[in-house]
Write a protein that binds this ligand. Structure first.
Ligand code: PHE
Length: 376
């Protein structure tokens, strides 16, 4: 009887050791330890054995059953961990690989790309980039730029006035309009980047070569005006600077942006803070300055003019230097008898519009990907 138990045990042990899956183990459990299996049946029959055999056979059979149960558990655990190991292996993720499909990383907004392109051009010409506040005082935005007290650009229809913090705090809704509380607000959203001309001169001595990119604000809204837009101001102050230097600088800029064959033309104009003042045109790159296309049709870009207006500029008006107090920071100061300079202000939206044939300025701000994805 004992041999019979040992036989059953070693056969079962061999099969369990060879089992390759959880299902196979379950099947072996039924076959060797199930109700109809030989070992349990043998155990149940122990009571019928002659008394002298009972103890030994019962003990051997019980031991065998426990051993097999234990072995089944061990083998099951082994199979589970092997399965986990192979799952870990096959599911291994390399987090450094690009996604599938690779996701686009996006692009710069056309206005950002254009601003950077223009900054790079002027950096290459020896200018430094500086920035200034968008909420500006009436002093820097108008007074120090030689605007007369009655200049029309000061009107609330042309300039956003900002409620001073005290008035805003008291909830005076119309504290922002000049005259509403007796005195004009001293704060505006800058209407151009020119206020930085005086700020930069206050803190840096001549010679000065700077460009000032930034947001500006005016209460206009149509296909060619948005209430917020971007300018790049230029300011050069040194000894013996003439309008020819301005023209050469802007010619280099025009050729870098619109192509090597471009010419520039200056037309007389007026700005309160430059004298003389000019408007600057670039020869049309769409029709090579002829005004009409090869097929004889009028050029739609320059409307047959052959020239595109790109910016306003001029020689710094000596009156502006008088608004720059000499201090330790800008010694020896800006003496109009000694220094001259030129300045310009260009619209980033306008340059990008001309260059890329964009029909409506509002497209820049609508965040329509079908538009934005065409650039960059
Ligand atoms: N600030 C002027 C404008 O916004 C442009 C300009 C800048 C003109 C510098 C001359 C010199 O229209």
């Amino acid at each position: 009887m004992i041999e019979r138990v040992e036989q059953l045990r070693s056969k079962a042990e061999a099969e369990i050791a060879a089992a390759g899956s959880a299902e196979a183990l379950q099947e072996l459990r039924v076959r060797h330890l199930g109700r109809r299996a030989q070992l349990p049946q043998l155990l149940r029959g122990v009571a019928e054995l002659p008394a002298e055999q009972r103890a030994a056979v019962g003990a051997a059979a019980n031991q065998a059953r426990h051993a097999l149960e234990e072995m089944l558990e061990r083998r099951a655990a082994e199979l589970r961990s092997a399965e986990l190991g192979s799952l870990l292996e096959s599911d291994r993720v390399d987090v450094t690989l690009p996604g599938a499909p690779p996701q686009p990383i996006g692009r710069l907004h056309l206005l950002t790309a254009t601003r950077r392109e223009l900054e790079d051009i002027f950096l290459g010409l020896g200018f430094t980039v500086v920035e200034g506040p968008e909420v500006e005082t009436v002093h820097y935005n108008f007074d120090a730029l030689n605007h007369s007290p009655t200049h029309p650009a000061r009107a609330p229809s042309d300039t956003f006035y900002v409620a001073p913090p005290a008035a805003a705090g008291r909830g005076e809704e119309d504290g922002a309009s000049p005259g509403a509380s007796g005195a004009a607000s001293e704060l505006v959203l800058r209407t151009h980047t020119s206020p930085m001309q005086v700020r930069v001169m206050e803190s840096h001595p001549p010679p000065l070569y700077v460009v000032i990119p930034g947001r500006v604000y005016r209460p206009d809204s149509d296909a060619t005006h948005t209430p917020q837009f971007h300018q790049i101001e230029g300011l050069a102050v040194d000894e013996d600077i003439t309008l020819a230097d301005l023209k050469g600088t802007l010619l280099a800029f025009a050729r870098a942006v619109f192509g090597d064959a471009r010419e520039v033309r200056l037309r007389p104009h007026f700005f309160p803070f430059t004298e003389p003042s000019v408007e600057v045109d670039v020869s049309c790159f769409n029709c090579e300055g002829r005004g009409f296309r090869a097929d004889g049709a009028r050029c739609h870009l320059c409307k047959g003019e052959g020239w595109l207006e790109v910016l306003g500029a001029g020689e710094v008006d000596p009156n502006v230097y008088a608004y720059v107090p000499t201090s330790e920071r800008n010694a020896p100061g800006y003496d109009p008898e000694r220094v001259q300079g030129f300045a310009w202000g260009l619209g980033v939206e306008r340059i990008a519009m001309l260059k890329h044939g964009i029909p409506d300025l509002r497209l820049y701000y609508e965040n329509d990907l079908r538009f934005l994805e065409q650039f960059g």
